[in-house]
Ligand binder design. Structure first.
Ligand code: AMP
Length: 184
């Protein structure tokens, strides 16, 4: 299985992706997690990354695409993977199509978790993970960025009828069950 999970910030992608990937025995690839780790480990480009992330802006496409390109070459991805937080722009979606065509392993599932905006705000502000980008001000920016740059990614995939939408309102377990059912 080669899955991408789409949805706004606060849709619960991270938690659902972790569970689903472990259930299916595939790699969980989160660009946000990878970049937070790079920053923590003091990677040379860490400060630059931190600037974008702390402002709730997207990291430049070329950088994220090269991170994903390297990550897909790691051994664990041969069993399949679940991409969480990537692609976030149409440019990234196009690049991903190319990377996967080159490797002759197309996506098998594109799943969108749908959550109304009022629920998103409540969820993130209560998330309490202490993420530097979970403050109301930065969240507003992340949602704006989502609408402007990431929502068109769903449209990009919808144009060839490739997207399955699931309802993201409910308990963790309920949403996980819907996700798993959508893979059958
Ligand atoms: P996330 O953990 O997925 O919410 O991502 C946190 C932050 O990391 C985002 O607000 C962006 O600044 C950055 N980021 C993560 N994934 C991407 C991506 N695919 N493209 C650009 N920036 C990203």
């Amino acid at each position: 299985m080669r899955i991408i999970l789409l949805g706004p910030p606060g849709a619960g992608k991270g938690t659902q992706a972790t569970r689903l990937a472990s259930e299916k025995g595939i790699a969980h690839v989160s660009t946000g997690d990878m970049m937070r780790t790079a920053i923590k480990e003091g990677a040379p480009h860490g400060l630059k990354l931190k600037g974008f992330m702390d402002r709730g802006e997207l990291v430049p496409d070329s950088l994220v695409i090269s991170i994903i390109d390297d990550r897909l070459d790691r051994a664990d991805c041969t069993q399949g993977f679940l991409l969480d937080g990537f692609p976030r722009t149409v440019e990234q979606a196009r690049a991903l199509d190319e990377l996967l065509t080159k490797r002759m392993c197309p996506l098998t599932h594109i799943i969108e978790i749908k959550v109304p905006e009022s629920v998103i705000l409540d969820r993130i502000l209560q998330r309490g993970e202490g993420r530097a980008d979970d403050t109301p001000e930065i969240l507003k920016n992340r949602l704006k960025v989502y609408h402007e740059q990431t929502a068109p990614v769903t449209a990009y995939y919808q144009s060839n009828n490739r997207v399955t939408s699931i309802d993201g309102v409910g308990t963790m377990d309920e949403v996980q069950t819907r996700l798993q059912n959508s893979l059958m």
